[in-house]
Design a protein around this ligand. Structure first.
Ligand SMILES: Nc1nc2c(ncn2[C@@H]2O[C@H](COP(=O)(O)OP(=O)(O)O)[C@@H](O)[C@H]2O)c(=O)[nH]1
Ligand SMILES: [Mg+2]
Length: 357
């Protein structure tokens, strides 16, 4: 799964990307950074994996991962023309990094630091990019439908017209609800205002109290949108320190925790993702999938052969596994359930897949 970091220039995108992924890409005050998007995979810390692995310390421990892309800056008003537009459309979720810090050396293009204005502008820009897409498709569809009967085409036209009127009113597509069929016909558009959106405000070193106090930036949260704040400068400095010193410095700056855990939690929530675990011959491993994934498809995350040859899933919630001390003991006690291919995998399930080759 991919979360793409984007935003206006000099907001702290690369700073955040470094914090999330441990990449050490240089951040600069004067030049634009790298023009090519950079992708890194971030291991997801998970205390449950640690506990399961503690039952099998001889095996390797392999965390789940989530991909982040650092996209580079987009000028105000330019999202619809941006060379990055297709990258935004490819993403599973969008992280909009918002300038909250003041620095006279790094002027804001609008001359004013106002996270709430920039959040609003960006949401409007995403909606505008979708509106253009809808209108282009509608124009084409109108031509296709002149003098020709196509119930399917007419249905699509009706749906797109209703989207157009929502977008015209400034409503993002994620605010509308669709039938499964409509959902399917919209999927290939990859609408930006339908993607999960995380606004991340990079606050000033003087304003760290805002991190826990976000309502002024975004008074009315909407479905599929979340808001977080962090201070890039302080966290980048803290990451330079040894592990033991980090806690002390966080406290000194009045920060509760490093933001990575908050980001990952928000990302999982927004993507409606969950984690399940497997205990293999040589490794204890965590996997990320979407909510409502059937067992056979979850098996496919591991290997397509396991999906193809799926027979049954042996399932136990991680906490119960810990009570029994091992998968084998749990099985002997009858605590491991046998589930079929349609079983919807739950967050925290430990699964052994039976399959035929
Ligand atoms: N004062 C201050 N400067 C920051 C902060 N975060 C980033 N910067 C500076 O802003 C400049 C641009 O940062 P960068 O992460 O490259 O932003 P990007 O252009 O959005 O990728 C660099 O000089 C950073 O040191 C912050 O929280 N406070
Ligand atoms: Mg950058």
């Amino acid at each position: 799964m991919n979360f793409t970091l984007f935003g206006y220039p000099k907001t702290g995108k690369t700073t955040l990307f470094n914090l999330l992924t441990g990449a050490k890409i240089e951040v600069k005050a004067y030049e634009e950074g790298k023009k090519e998007p950079v992708l890194r995979t971030c291991p997801v810390p998970d205390p449950r994996l640690e506990k399961i692995w503690a039952l099998y310390p001889d095996k390797k421990k392999i965390p789940a991962t989530i991909d982040f892309t650092d996209l580079g800056g987009i000028s105000f008003g330019e999202v619809k023309n941006s060379a990055y537009l297709s990258h935004l459309r490819e993403a599973d979720g969008l992280t909009h990094v918002v300038r909250g810090f003041s620095d006279v050396q790094i002027p804001h293009p609008k001359g004013k630091i106002s996270p709430e204005d920039d959040i609003r502008s960006m949401e409007e820009e995403l909606i505008l990019a979708d509106l253009i897409l809808v209108e282009t498709r509608l124009d084409k569809l109108e031509k296709e439908l002149t003098g020709k009967k196509s119930p399917e085409g007419e249905k699509e036209r009706e749906l797109l017209r209703s989207l157009r009127s929502d977008l015209d009113e400034g409503k993002g597509i994620r605010e509308a609800s669709f039938s499964p069929q409509e959902e399917k016909s919209l999927r290939s558009f990859e609408f930006l205002s339908q993607k999960p959106l995380l606004h991340v405000v990079n606050v000033d070193e003087q304003d760290t109290s805002l991190i826990e106090n976000l309502s002024q930036f975004y008074p009315a949260p909407k479905e599929g949108i979340q808001l977080l704040a962090f201070c890039g400068k302080i966290e980048a400095e803290i990451m330079e320190l040894e592990d033991e010193e980090r806690e002390t410095f966080l406290a000194e700056y009045g920060l509760k925790e490093l933001s990575i855990l908050k980001f990952l939690k928000a990302s999982y929530d927004l993507l409606k993702a969950l984690t399940f675990f497997t205990i293999g011959k040589g490794e204890v491993k965590a996997w990320t999938i979407r909510e409502n994934t059937p067992a056979s498809q979850a098996a496919g995350a591991i290997h397509t052969d396991i999906e193809k040859g799926f027979i049954k899933a042996e399932v136990i919630p991680w906490e119960e596994l810990l009570q029994h001390g091992s998968f084998q003991t749990a099985k002997e006690k009858g605590a491991v359930r046998l589930e079929g291919k349609d079983y919807l995998v739950q967050d925290g399930d430990v699964i052994y897949f039976r399959f035929a080759t």
